[in-house]
Design a binder for this molecule. Structure first.
Ligand SMILES: [Zn+2]
Length: 365
């Protein structure tokens, strides 16, 4: 995938936003081959920086009056998205961009039942090159969402079809700011949910999603010297360690509820209770709401277990148990695996209130 995410620019942004040291989220994301940058939505410096553009943001929420070349309005279940085009012409038509934003929003409404915020501005900012660049998600004091997306002038429809970044940013809109700067929770959640949400919307296949999980979630396992998810601030633990947490939680919830509930129910409940990016909750509040929705205290218990010590998980065994086998970069499904039904339910969301009556052929094996 050709992208506009240039490493130097992403690194500069990170340094402006995060003075905490350590490895740069954006740089590591690029190095990983994951094609782009990331929002720094939980860091206080990032929030302070965001005030710099709130003036124009407020303006944009009232009317498309600031730097936007033009604005398109997209109504989705639960909210309205204003798509502001800024910074000059793209090779793509406006319709192609609107269609891409619509597909990403569909992933959100497929997974959560509705869009979390009444109003969201998506700022499409033309840059050089091609592809989706380092993007961010935040909210203003009135709980309006803002997603900023640099988009290369020469981006193609195929680039947009392969993009995961905008959906990832929209997933962030559905989760509160968690106190004490525990970025792994929001980033791990978004890393795990985004592919599943796109699968349920028909944008990617089961094979693509489970191949990615089998390849990349092992990056989140603890290494020598690990002090648990709350205290190990590496890129791998933040994104894939967080994704590992939510993957194990999902399987555990489904196992303990006889596949009647899943993480999807927990996250939808958190969003429905007002836990969006404009709110500020404790970890305990988040996971208590999620656990109440599923009826099993999995999130709270798993957090206590993994927060301050390394927890090793036999991922090859788990993937075998849910019928995911990966050979030569390809994934094959075994429907006779003992826990294959859990994987199928995660893919389709069929155990949730939202997906119960929606048999989605593209989310099947
Ligand atoms: Zn993120």
């Amino acid at each position: 995938m050709t992208i506009a995410c240039d490493r130097d620019r992403a690194a500069d942004f990170f340094q402006m936003c995060d003075t905490g040291g350590g490895r740069s989220t954006a740089v590591q994301h690029t190095l990983s081959g994951l094609n782009g940058g990331h929002p720094l939505r939980l860091s206080i410096p990032a929030l302070l920086l965001s005030f710099g553009f709130l003036a124009s943001f407020f303006c944009s929420m009232q009317s498309p009056c600031f730097a936007a070349d033009r604005t398109r309005v997209l109504d989705v279940p639960g909210g309205r998205i204003l798509i502001n085009f800024e910074g000059g012409k793209l090779d793509l038509s406006d319709e192609a961009v609107v269609s891409w934003v619509r597909d990403c929003a569909k992933a959100i409404t497929s997974y959560y039942g509705k869009f979390p915020l009444r109003k969201t501005v998506v700022r499409i900012q033309t840059t050089s090159g091609s592809g989706v660049g380092f993007s961010t998600a935040t909210a203003d004091a009135e709980d309006n969402g803002l997603v900023e997306v640099p988009l290369g002038r020469h981006t193609t429809v195929d680039d947009l079809a392969r993009d995961w970044i905008l959906t990832h940013e929209m997933v962030h809109l559905n989760f509160p700011l968690v106190t004490d700067n525990r970025t792994w929770i929001a980033e791990g959640m978004a890393t795990y949910v985004e592919p599943i949400a796109r699968l349920q919307a028909g944008s990617v296949s089961s094979s693509e999603v489970w191949s990615e999980f089998a390849r990349d979630i092992p990056q989140g396992l603890p290494e020598r010297g690990d002090r648990g998810l709350d205290y190990t601030n590496t890129w791998e633990r933040k994104y894939w360690g967080g994704a590992l947490f939510f993957f194990i939680a999902d399987l555990e919830i489904r196992s303990r509820t006889n596949n009647r509930r899943g993480l999807q129910d927990a996250l939808a409940a958190i969003a429905a209770a007002g836990g969006h990016i404009g709110s500020r909750w404790t970890v305990e509040e988040c996971f208590a709401v999620g656990d109440k929705a599923t009826g099993v205290p999995v999130l709270q218990a798993l957090y206590k277990e993994m927060r301050d010590k390394p927890v090793y998980v036999d991922l090859p065994k788990i993937f075998r148990s849910i019928g995911v086998e990966r050979r030569d970069g390809q994934v094959a499904f075994r429907r006779d695996a003992p826990l294959a039904a859990l994987r199928q339910a995660i893919s389709s969301g069929s155990s949730t209130g939202f997906g119960a009556n929606q048999t989605k052929s593209y989310a099947r094996d």
